[in-house]
Ligand binder design. Sequence first.
Ligand SMILES: C=CC1=C(C)c2cc3[nH]c(cc4nc(cc5[nH]c(cc1n2)c(C)c5CCC(=O)O)C(CCC(=O)O)=C4C)c(C)c3C=C
Ligand SMILES: [Fe+2]
Length: 446
Amino acid sequence: MATEQEPPPSGRVSRRKLLGLGAAGAAVLGAGAVAARPLMNEPPPGAVAPANEPPGVGAAASAANEPQGAHAAPYPFYGEHQAGIVTPAQDRLHFVAFDVTTGERAELVELLQEWTAAAARLTQGREAGSFGAVGGAPEAAPDDTGEALGLPASGLTLTVGFGTSLFDGRFGLSGKRPAAMSDLPKFPGEQLIPEISGGDLCVQACAHDPQVAVHAIRNLARIGFGKVSVRWSQLGFGRTSSTSRAQATPRNLMGFKDGTNNLKLEDADLLREQLWAGAGDGSPWMTGGSYLVTRKIRMTIETWDRTSLAEQEQIFGRDKGVGAPLGRKAEFDPLDFAAKGPDGEPYIRADAHVRLAHPTSHGNAHLLRRGYNFVDGSDGLGRLDAGLFFIAYQRDPRRQFVPVQMSLARKDPLNEYIKHVSSGLFACPPGVRDAGDYWGRTLFEG
Ligand SMILES: C=CC1=C(C)c2cc3[nH]c(cc4nc(cc5[nH]c(cc1n2)c(C)c5CCC(=O)O)C(CCC(=O)O)=C4C)c(C)c3C=C
Ligand SMILES: [Fe+2]
């Protein structure tokens, strides 16, 4: 498993070299060479942020003043936990689920090793393979597809997950399926489409540049040719959650601030308690990992857009402008479910979304949400095919996602405007420690 960049043959230029040349150097390359985009704010050589800690989080960053250059910089790939979970949610998503087509466990392990090596490079703004898009033999297919040449790392994170079907016995893993990964129940009203649900493996690519996220997934799929095939994939934009207090809260396609009351990077104690699988949880190989639930949720936006502002706010229990809980003034004011308005009714209705989903309604069950908006064109009937690609990480879906979603599915008036059409449940293993480690080692060698 090679992770070091081998020098490209003379006359050929690697993506990193192109970046290093910058604007002036690119001019020297002359016609025929690929022009490098000047890299803004590249961290100094050798600068290593603490594992998975975002550039720009800390004293220098504030919600109102996120450093622009930080959007180009890389996140560390190696660490105790995978990046892309508490990492401040980037602007863009390409999520893919794969079916494993090989029946050989050894081939699957080999693929995970190759993917890990490629991910270690891609997340640092390098090409997928050691020769790159234009550095290999002219007779051979390039080991990088090339569309990210000259682009910086753009905060790319790649997060892998193992689906429930991977534990079905094909690879000798049936005894390793975590109890926390019991099949999700059928929720009232869901209309799941099997072809865009499930999958043996998943990779979540998040970046500030969609081209960088798509490039990463495309290259992993290329590497996996003959061993895996793409089952479904989803593009997302405009993150619908903040996962750090240094980020401003974004808006979903219903126009509301989304991610206000979320688990955040800074909540160290809660993350330990609610996000990361522990050594005593029954599946030692998952220690330091987390369970991922995805739900593609279509919105009937046109109906929503004809709903009164007052009704929209009652449905969520927050105001649409600043995102404050109804009856309060500021976004981060605490929710007060007992407070009553002049009419004697609670400001936040009994069936308001935030009340049904609140941790206190479910024995202190928190979720780390990091979903994205999607618009997949239109449906041929004059309506946008749009909604929320919901992503939530947690320590145990049986105690967290399932009860929250069951209560929403039964009582949330938002259901009039939404439909769950896809579902996924994945075990995301702990982080890759160093260049000798690989995604899933604790599962296959533990
Ligand atoms: C099962 C979990 C959840 C699903 C599915 C879900 C769908 C969904 N949510 C919104 C918009 C908002 N959600 C908000 C808060 C919120 N939502 C969940 C869980 C699910 N949402 C939780 C746990 C919370 C936090 C509750 C709390 O503790 O206050 C909000 C308010 C802002 C915020 O705090 O994030 C909005 C807005 C949509 C549009 C949607 C499906 C399409
Ligand atoms: Fe929600």
